[in-house]
Design a protein around this ligand. Structure first.
Ligand SMILES: Cc1cc2nc3c(=O)[nH]c(=O)nc-3n(C[C@H](O)[C@H](O)[C@H](O)COP(=O)(O)OP(=O)(O)OC[C@H]3O[C@@H](n4cnc5c(N)ncnc54)[C@H](O)[C@@H]3O)c2cc1C
Length: 474
């Protein structure tokens, strides 16, 4: 019997598996595809995901193969300079195409001892008091204590547990593909500039080896969801730009819509939903992959605590309580972005106004904080302004905070030297050090870096430790 079966080996499932393996959870990833994807969907990691990679010692691997980018706003096609004073020590994104992110996460999950079975599709499940029986397409049955559906927007797991997925179906579709062109770069740039004056769902971005990433609105919404043909691209490019740029030799052709939905629940008994299985929305702002791995970062340590037997009552329920509002915020901001991306006179005027508003530093900071998810605050009640936020990286006298979080344990950062983690030392590290960037006596961080306590009162601290890390031992 496995502790946890993860259905789906996309970014969310792989991130979750690695988080679980940090705590020796016996985890199996079941992935329908035989081979990893080469689809260039997600274009990179935003600042909060960059921070997470740093917290787990993964950032250097991303930076070795990807460039940093610094774009503020990134809202409804509007880009601004990076805002001043955004609360992060990592004020940038990392331009890693989705196949690179998946390769690095896959590598790490394997290094940590995850078993990944490819070519295995989940088609059925039933749960009882002790666990979940998972049925595969070839008729095999497997048992685990918990199951997490990370199986994408059309999640079989979500349907099998009967969770509704309310929202709106696609009203527009966009063609996306990687292919070669014969037109010269100057002609392409001039045509793109002209079209984008009114249509922001249009772009030709030169990539490696002469392959361009082409984005162009489709002619309506395809009922059958079939991959588009190269001729469809040619036709739509001509319709918008008056030329098809001589596109040829496609590497990958796809279409995506603006369907926007969120699962009504993220948990039914022993089964959880994460990533696109729990929420879908248009790719504006490049948030979907990020949101999925952030779900995994939230769920991983909680599920591991439950498996290890020290989770306080209700800990697993905080996953839905925290991540559903975070997902809702993204779903809502993509709805707003789609309105801003309209081509009618009203949308154009709104975009101009919104662009001017984003020239105000505070507005730019607010929007960038939202898109990059560095401002996500979980509702942990009244208290210090840091409570519920994730703690940014800070320089310490001996090293820096994020370097101390590699093991995915709780952490008490104690500038007083008078505190202790008592009977929680097997789950929580006690670091006595000082930082010029931190003006509070001590903070208690969960394994995902969110602040659950600020202060210097030992009794209050032990109350909080019990609330988040279960009963003390010894
Ligand atoms: C055009 C486009 C551009 C995008 N750009 C960005 C961007 O710039 N930034 C960003 O953050 N996001 C972006 N996204 C969104 C991002 O691609 C998704 O949000 C992300 O892939 C979700 O990851 P996931 O692991 O939750 O799901 P998926 O990537 O869909 O992975 C699910 C996995 O589960 C497997 N699976 C499915 N069913 C089963 C089953 N029954 N049994 C076993 N396995 C199964 C699938 O084969 C797949 O490997 C973009 C999306 C699109 C379409």
């Amino acid at each position: 019997m496995f502790d946890v079966i993860v259905a789906g080996g996309g970014p969310t499932g792989l991130m979750l598996a690695a988080e679980l393996r940090l705590h020796d959870v016996l985890v199996l990833v079941l992935e329908k595809r035989d081979e990893p994807t080469n689809e260039s969907r997600g274009q990179g990691l935003h600042a909060r995901s960059v921070e997470m990679m740093d917290q787990r010692g993964m950032l250097d691997r991303f930076l070795a193969v990807s460039e940093k980018f610094q774009v503020g706003g990134l809202f409804g096609g509007i880009m601004k300079p990076w805002p001043e004073r955004l609360d992060t020590a990592h004020p940038y994104g990392v331009a890693a195409p989705q196949p690179v992110t998946e390769r690095l996460l896959n590598e790490r999950a394997l290094e940590l001892g995850t078993e990944i079975r490819r070519g295995h599709e989940v088609v059925g499940l039933r749960q009882d008091e002790d666990g979940v029986t998972v049925e595969l397409a070839d008729g095999t049955e497997l048992r685990s204590r918990y199951l997490v559906g990370c199986d994408g927007g059309r999640s079989a797991v979500r349907k099998l547990i009967g969770v509704d997925f309310p929202g709106e179906p696609a009203t527009v579709e966009t063609l996306l593909g990687d292919m070669e062109v014969t037109a010269d770069p100057e002609t392409i740039a001039a045509a793109v500039e002209e079209v984008r004056k009114t249509q922001l769902r249009f772009g030709v971005t030169p990539g490696e080896n002469g392959v361009c990433r082409i984005v162009v609105p489709a002619d309506g919404v395809a009922e059958d969801r079939a991959a588009p043909t190269l001729d469809e691209f040619r036709q739509q490019l001509r319709a918008f730009a008056g030329t098809d740029f001589g596109v040829h030799s496609p590497r990958w052709l796809s279409r995506f819509g603006d369907a926007t939905r969120q699962a009504e629940r993220y948990r039914v008994g022993r089964v959880f939903l994460a990533g696109d299985a729990a929420h879908i929305h248009p790719p504006t702002g490049g948030q979907g992959l990020n949101l999925g791995i952030q779900d995994a970062f939230n769920l991983g340590w909680k599920l591991a605590a439950e498996v290890a037997g020290w989770a306080p009552e209700g800990l697993l329920d905080t996953y839905e309580a925290e991540r559903r509002p975070a997902g809702r915020r993204v779903v809502e901001n993509t709805r707003a972005q789609m309105t801003l991306l309209g081509t009618d006179a009203g949308a154009t005027a709104l975009r101009e106004l919104f662009s001017k508003l984003m020239d105000f530093e505070e507005v730019n900071r607010y929007v960038t904080g939202m898109i990059t998810a560095v401002d996500v605050r979980y509702d942990l009640g009244e208290g210090h302004e840091l409570l519920g936020l994730r703690m940014r990286d800070v320089a310490l006298k001996r090293g820096r905070l994020y370097e101390l979080m590699r093991g995915g344990r709780g952490l008490l950062l104690d500038q007083t030297g008078r505190l202790s983690v008592g009977g929680w030392a097997d789950r929580v590290d006690h670091v006595v050090d000082v930082s010029e960037e931190l003006d509070v006596p001590a903070v208690l961080l969960r394994p995902d870096g969110h602040v659950v306590w600020v202060g210097e009162d030992r009794q209050e601290l032990h109350g909080r430790l019990g609330e988040w890390f279960g009963a003390a031992t010894g």
